[in-house]
Design a protein around this ligand. Structure first.
Ligand code: ATP
Length: 717
């Protein structure tokens, strides 16, 4: 016998033995009941304990262990009669004697109910291996949910108003079916005009109250959501702008904008609206159950038996439908990808004559989507059918018992009508509750994404506080190692050491890609070096106040960025107080004043988007003026002279030469521009290869012809 077959036969044997033992105990209990001295409930609970122990013993004996599903079935099956009897006794002081009737139908009913309950639990609540992961996920979702609610604090007053309106609306809604039933009763029995009019009036009042409060509730909540979303967007935007440059290089722009626009909205809407729907449905469900109980508790219990079945159907449907929806999304994206690919490589498609092949590929993708959508529609049809059938079956059962209760005088026709009206609403409410709870946990996913950015600590910290009154401007790179976040394994600077002295001009030269601009980026603190230190006046750069540092270190880059606005705005960019005189002074130094004055509006002339109205040289001069107006202690020019005309270039270099107290770093390709530098630094293979004055390097070249720097001879050399 194979292992599988042995397991199956052991399970069948355990089942048969358990059924026999349980049925024997069930009939024995009936026998004891007639002769027992004990109270009805005591006997029932003792019997439940005995059945539970016997079934557990049988299962353990034959199967060796008890899995959670079996434990739940045994517990539900043994305890059901005792719980039912105790409940009805406590609530209604009635003894149904259901638990003691020795009828195999009672036994079958209990067994069926406990099996259905255990199955419902099994499908809706994850168990075994999934339990830990599922539990953790739910726990996380709960924490996020509470955090979103806390963030709603400034809107609490609005939310409170919404809650009051919601309760009012639900309260009014609940009484409408009740008064509908009353009107029918009044019409059906002896007609009393006063009672009829007052019932009608109350029904109208409740309907009006429900509509007005529902409208107010919607308006107030939308207002709260809009204010919350706006606040979140500003908060998230603030957090984003503080992130280091590496973050923007490694994160897709689409992802950032999607979080800013979509996820913040989803987070506000989903949580607030879901809570609204959840509360409304929950309060309504409880209220309706209470009203239905008052109409007929027996019919209510009967109707509630549909709940696990409806919940089960809904849960199975939601899980499968979501899975199919994801598959449809993927397959649609694949089809779009094919189109993208073909359109962007249409030349290749045409020259290889693969139009038909590509059309077939597209057709295949569309067919996949079509098949998935058909599955989705079939699932929906089956779900609707199952839902209608259970609803119809339940209505049939209720009408049957309702008729019996009316005949026996336990309820009136109006009560039955009210009951049926409640029942159809209740089914919908229970489905909403099952759906909304899952959806609420899912929607918190959007909040998780927003919080991920909100909580992200920038890798380049901006919390330095140092703002000395005097800054000399000595810069020291000490054994710096650096790789860009995008390529963490590719070292751009290795063991890089360099000193930039105050009052001196240093020229950084080397082949393209050797890391010259990277040094500038590190000085600007756009990135953080992985190892080593960068000191400014013997203090690490990161200890300086962010604002202070960027006023004291100014950079003019190869491709300067200008913002739409006037020339004046662009020069004074980021400075709260900056007079026109200061601006003009800086523009003169940058050799920009003359060309600005020739413009029709002078300093108020618009530069256009990205400085589009200016020439490349003009843009560069404005950018230089913007750097100079800050009176920086460290001035960095990253290959700016390449786009300047000869005249400007000469004048700017003369200006630079007249800054005896500033630290100047020039990255240049035109060699005549570096001859005047106090020190020339050659970078190669991510480190400093040679350095010295022009003369020293020339001497070195004479002594050792392998010297890599081809320093141009000075005039007359
Ligand atoms: N943001 C970035 N992310 C990843 N790699 C980068 C980044 N910027 C530059 N690099 C790489 O780092 C290396 C050094 O670049 P860097 O711009 O510092 O060199 P450079 O000497 O200034 O060259 P150039 O004279 O062409 O500007 C190059 O290989 C470059 O491809």
């Amino acid at each position: 016998m194979t292992g599988n077959a042995a397991t199956v036969s052991r399970k069948v044997a355990a089942l048969l033995l358990a059924v026999c033992v349980d049925l024997s105990l069930f009939y024995a209990a009936g026998l004891v009941a007639t002769r027992s001295e004990f109270g009805h409930l005591t006997r029932l609970w003792a019997h439940a304990a005995l059945r539970g122990s016997a079934l557990t013993a049988v299962t353990l004996l034959i199967l060796g262990d008890l899995d959670p599903l079996l434990t739940r079935v045994i517990a539900a099956h043994s305890l059901l009669p005792a719980v039912f009897e105790t409940g009805t006794d406590a609530l209604y002081h009635e003894d149904t004697e259901r638990g003691s009737s020795v009828d195999v139908r009672s036994w079958l009913m209990c067994a069926g109910a406990s099996l259905a309950a255990a199955l419902f639990w099994e499908i809706t609540v994850p168990d075994a291996d999934d339990a830990a992961a599922g539990k953790e996920k739910k726990q996380k979702a709960r924490v996020l949910f509470v955090r979103v609610l806390r963030l709603y604090r400034p809107e609490y007053l609005l939310l409170l108003g919404g809650l009051v309106m919601l309760t009012l609306a639900v309260f009014c809604e609940m009484f409408i079916p009740f008064y509908t039933g009353r009107v029918i009763d009044i019409l059906g029995t002896r007609y009393q005009p006063n009672e009829f009019v007052s019932a009608l009036l109350l029904m109208g009042l409740y309907s009006l109250g429900s509509s007005v409060s529902a409208g107010c509730r919607g308006g107030i909540l939308l207002c709260a959501i809009s204010s919350f979303t706006c606040r979140m967007k500003v908060k998230l935007f603030g957090a984003l702008t503080k992130q280091e440059i590496g973050f923007f290089e490694t994160t897709k722009t689409g992802e950032i904008t999607s979080r800013l626009s979509k996820d913040t909205t989803l987070m506000g809407r989903a949580v607030c609206l879901n809570v609204n729907v959840l509360l409304r449905t929950f309060i309504k469900t409880l209220g309706m159950i209470a009203l239905m109980m008052s109409l007929s508790w027996k019919l209510t219990f009967l109707m509630l038996m549909e709940t696990p079945v409806a919940g089960l159907i809904q849960n199975v449907y939601d899980t499968r439908y979501q899975r199919l929806s994801l598959a449809v999304q993927d397959s649609t994206a694949q089809a779009a990808e094919v189109v993208n690919e073909v359109v962007s490589s249409i030349h290749a498609v045409r020259s290889f004559n693969t139009e038909k092949h590509e059309a077939r590929r597209y057709d295949d993708c569309l067919m996949d989507t079509h098949n998935l959508k058909t599955q989705q529609s079939t699932l929906r049809a089956v779900y609707l059918l199952a839902r209608r059938l259970t609803g119809l079956a339940m209505q049939g059962i209720m009408l049957y018992y309702g008729r019996l209760f009316i005949q026996s005088g336990q309820m009136t026709t109006g009560n039955l009508v009210s009951f049926i009206l409640y029942q159809s609403d209740l089914g919908e409410n229970i489905r909403t509750l099952t759906y909304i709870f899952g959806d609420m946990l899912n929607s918190v996913g959007a909040a998780a994404k927003v919080f991920e950015y909100l909580d992200r600590k920038p890798e380049v910290c901006m919390e330095g506080t140092l703002k000395p009154d005097q800054l000399t401007g000595n810069v020291l790179f000490h054994k710096v190692n650096f790789a860009y976040p995008k390529h963490p394994n590719k070292a751009v600077l290795q063991d890089f050491s360099l000193e930039l002295k105050s009052g001196q001009m240093t020229a950084l030269v080397g082949q393209s890609g050797n890391g010259k601009s990277t040094c500038v980026s590190l000085l600007e603190r756009l990135y953080e070096q992985q190892e080593g230190e960068i000191l400014l006046d013997n203090e690490p750069l990161k200890s300086y106040d962010h604002r202070f540092l960027h006023k004291k270190i100014a950079v003019v880059s190869q491709e300067p960025v200008l913002f739409s606005g006037s020339i004046r705005d662009n020069i004074a960019y980021g400075l709260a107080e900056c007079s026109l005189d200061e601006i003009q002074e800086a523009a003169r130094k940058a050799n920009a004043h003359d060309f600005i004055m020739k413009l029709e509006k002078g300093y108020n002339a618009e530069v256009g988007e990205g400085g589009g109205h200016l020439t490349k040289s003009g843009k560069q001069q404005i950018a230089l003026a913007r750097a100079l107006v800050r009176q920086p202690q460290v001035l960095i020019l990253d290959e700016i002279t390449s786009s300047l005309d000869m005249d400007s270039e000469k004048k700017i270099l003369q200006t630079l030469a007249r800054c005896p107290n500033q630290t100047r770093l020039v990255i240049a390709h035109k060699l005549e521009n570096i001859v005047m530098a106090d020190q020339i630094v050659l970078m190669e293979d991510s480190r400093v290869q040679e350095q010295g004055t022009h003369q020293e390097l020339m001497d070195m070249q004479h002594e050792s012809p392998s010297c890599r720097l081809s320093v141009p001879p000075q005039n007359g050399d």
